[in-house]
Write a protein of this length. Structure first.
Length: 336
């Protein structure tokens, strides 16, 4: 029997395959309730703190709307609004927030911060992204894969780009736990850390899936059901633009790469935000600085029939709802 109540959601490796599958299926259920307009107030009367040291569109919006749909009250506490990181420690912040809020979301730099929040607050803490992991993203991502293919086992996901960031780490480990074949396709200097590869390989052995780490694009994407990419420069490493463009240009998702999978029904995922050659100030800035208009994905691929990134983004809300309701809610599953 799975026990979620009172637990924090800090990293995927803290959960079993069955528990992760449960969260994906619970997300599907909550999505259906939302679409049918059936109330699902699992968190009636609860207060939720949303702590953000880094910027966010999806995670903030998803936690806010999910909390409200669940009957809770969300409160946004940005880095410029509170004392944390300036004159107050994580421990003291955790003790105070834990005495007033029933659950805490944290997005920031250090995994240690989110762990300390969980240790000292006494309430469930949900990791909304650190430098190391992006676990709430994973429930949305694999929900999107499952919705698309009707299953997870035996699916092959090729992540192309920066193999050392939070999203790559999370995909590597979560896919392996879930029995999804996972490939990290990136230059050797951006291969995942060895201990994460070892961890993934252990999980994959248990689940019967395969782990491939390669710098060869053709080999890495062949027969992939899912192509996934993320920004080449993550939050906090903005000084690395020039070096990453140099290293990662061969790993851009474009229509040639889509065809190289050999799969007509291949889907494209991107956790977003994305750099692509859309006419925005942001796009123009990249063009001006680096003489290119597209980075990790071309606009053609981004807008092709293969692309699923906007369903994936919507799924952040349904899956964050499932994570909050499972760990903090009074669980009973209403009949649809
Ligand atoms: N995918 C994701 O976490 O997006 P935000 O940074 O906008 O929250
Ligand atoms: N790797 C990206 C993910 C953003 C959702 C970053 O950390 O900036």
């Amino acid at each position: 029997k799975q026990v979620f109540q009172g637990r924090s959601f800090l990293a995927e490796k803290d959960f079993t395959k069955e528990e992760l599958v449960y969260l994906i299926e619970f997300s599907e259920h909550l999505k259906l309730l939302k679409k049918k307009g059936i109330p699902h107030h699992y968190l009636e009367g609860k207060n939720i703190a949303l702590l953000f040291e880094k910027a966010s569109t999806r995670t903030r919006a998803a936690f806010t709307t999910a909390a409200i749909d669940l009957g809770a009250h969300p409160e946004y506490l940005g880095k410029d609004d509170i004392q944390l990181g300036k004159k107050e420690s994580v421990e003291d912040t955790a003790r105070v927030l834990g005495s007033m809020f029933d659950g805490i979301e944290f997005r920031g730099f250090s995994q240690r911060s989110v762990e300390q929040l969980a240790e000292f607050s006494g309430v469930p803490v949900w990791n909304g992204l650190t430098d190391e992991w992006h676990p709430t993203q994973m429930i949305a991502d694999f929900l999107t894969v499952k919705e698309n293919f009707g299953r997870l086992e035996g699916i092959t996901l090729a992540y192309v780009g920066d193999g050392r960031n939070n999203v790559a780490n999370s995909l590597l480990v979560t896919a392996a736990i879930l029995g999804v074949n996972i490939r990290i396709v990136s230059p050797k200097s951006l291969f995942p850390e060895q201990h994460l590869i070892d961890m993934a390989q252990e999980y994959a052995e248990e689940a019967g899936s395969e782990v491939m780490i390669t710098d060869e694009v053709a080999k890495g994407v062949k027969n992939a059901d899912v192509l996934y990419t993320d920004v080449w420069v993550s939050m906090g490493e903005e000084d690395k633009f020039a070096e990453r463009i140099e290293l990662l240009t061969p790993y851009q998702i474009n229509m040639e790469m889509v065809r190289a999978t050999g799969k007509e029904d291949v889907i494209i995922l991107h956790c977003l935000p994305a750099f692509h050659d859309v006419e925005t100030d942001y796009g123009k800035q990249v063009e001006k600085d680096h003489h290119i208009t597209a980075m990790e994905i071309t606009d053609e691929a981004f807008r092709s029939p293969h692309a699923r990134q906007f369903v994936q983004a919507e799924n952040r809300m349904h899956s964050i709802k499932a994570i909050m309701a499972a760990t903090l809610g009074n669980l009973f599953i209403p009949k649809v």
